[in-house]
Write a protein that binds this ligand. Sequence first.
Ligand code: CUA
Length: 336
Amino acid sequence: MTPRLLAGAGAAGCAVVLAGCAGRPQSALEGAGTRSAAINDNTWLMIIVGGVVWALVVAALIVALFRRRRGDDEHSRGGGLAVVIGGLVLPAVIIVLITAHAITILDRIDPRAGGDGTVIEVTGKQWWWEVRYPDDEVVTANEIHIPTGERVTLKLDTDNVIHSFWLPALTGKMDLIPGRTNETWIETDEPGTYWGQCAEYCGLQHARMRFVVVAHEPAEYASWLAAQRRTAEAPSELSATTQDPLVADGYEVFMSSSCVYCHTIAGTDAQGVVGPDLTHLASRETIAAGTLPNTRGNLAGWILDPQSTKPGARMPATDLSGDEVQALLAYLETLR
Ligand code: CUA
């Protein structure tokens, strides 16, 4: 392969790899947060310096090949100096500069430098994320809503195996380790939706342990929080005009089936803590930790046979009749 072909193949390979990283919902190259910006600064410095060094080494290699071919011995006299400069001095200078830059980056992303405002507790489960807002007594799952323009502290915990919280658009990874609480923070000025993923193998459904961070303008965040603080009301307590018999039937199905042993619906007798809190299930974009869009059809399939979507999930199949499922779906859709 000629040097030109080699360089062309190398460039094409790099383009394919970089194209795979950009323009995706979990792209590490399109940061929108304070921490991801610092990490990206370091990444691009390493890519550029590494690229320049690679180009210099290849150029030196090509020059050496052609000189040897000419049988020209007089150039070898300066070789010792070239080895000292190119092989010792230059690498030492580059490594020291890159290390010094990396130390300033570590300071910018220090996980202990969280804010004084919003604190969110995130607990890794098998295989979903419990999200608590301790100051507001709000509990949700797999969706972390944050205000923009504020440093939000995350307290990361697990009650089972090790997981890793990875949110490439806003921050790097932080492990969730049994028996200790790890802290980190996220901060962004750009409202939007940012996908994250468990990044430590944690069992059969590790790959389907996703979550989403939704960044709101502060006023919008306040109204989201206020809505999440509301507890559900039993359909029998609603006024006659808003009373839907199908919803009331669905409420009875939920309360009389095994759902209540694992799920909480705040304001009702359902106070299970094994599975996700369902008080505001209908307000979420996805179900099963980002596995499926939260549609009526997906929810029905998930309730009847979760194992076909997530084999190994802790949720057992449910033995309900068609009418019971329809009523249950009608009730769950009211949990906004
Ligand atoms: Cu949790 Cu992988």
